[in-house]
Design a protein around this ligand. Sequence first.
Ligand code: F6P
Length: 329
Amino acid sequence: MRIGVFCSGGDAPGMNACLRAVVRAGIAAGHELVGIRRGYQGLLDEDFYINSSGEPLLRLRSVSNLSKLGGTILHSSRSEEFRTEAGLKKALDALEKHRIDALIPIGGDGTFHGAVALARRWDGRIIGCPGTIDNDLMGTDYTIGFATAVQTAVEALDKLRDTAESHERLFLVEVMGRHSGYIALYTALAGGAEVVALPETETNVAQIVQHLQVLKARGKQSIMIVVAEGDELGGAEILNEGLKKAGCPFQTRVLTLGHLQRGGTPVPSDRILASRLGDFAVQAVIEGETGAMAGEVHSKVILTPFQDTYSKHRPVPEDLIRLLNTLAN
Ligand code: F6P
């Protein structure tokens, strides 16, 4: 079988480890691996990884030392052209021309929407791996890259706490998560933040200020507020303005972590998850499975139909919100 593998959408630490696992597991089972560069755009442009012998194939050595490497050696993109009828047609033609029998896309909900569109018109097999820092997909406890993104954000919070204590300040730290509060909640809990602002919960400025006044009266000298970029008020800058207007008792500063969270060496748990799911995706296509994402739930690898991974909003754990509020007192 010829298996095409690619990364699509926002990159995530661990995508390379997943690619390595797909390639090594595929070759071990006697299959050929084609690396498609730049996501769906690369498929319709026939933009393939070329190995050192000049062939459009990934070899065992093409993925050497990849586990520890952030980003993706295949590059990633969000393709507008693929969403058009002409783009989809080009992708189908490329799959036929290059005799690709199966695809393993590594990405998030946008990537899986694309896989569903492709699967409607193509009779090859498609099994995805969840590569996104957002942890916003159903069908896996964690997505590849989430743990590393949280690690990066917590390191930032720890450093900011030092300067916040020195100057008796409040920091608003904005983390990624367009539609999901997962990164924000885990960062806030691990980093000992006093307040978290999530898209899933109401952010009430007056209540926050009241809480800050109580904390100040109790002798708190510094405050960390973690804000998900998708918070309904519009992010850390806007929340900061609101807090100041409502009489925030601390001097404030804002830091947006942004794409910093998408880079860096993947933490071991991301490498292991990526390796396990990459291998499982290969076994699944070999067994004839299609139209689903490989995920890990309660330590077991499972398949979930693509539509079920993104059609419902994945709620953040409410007990963790409660815990944060208890501990922040
Ligand atoms: O999908 C992951 C994500 O990190 C989101 O949390 C964020 O809003 C988005 O990517 C930004 O991506 P880009 O700048 O690449 O469009």
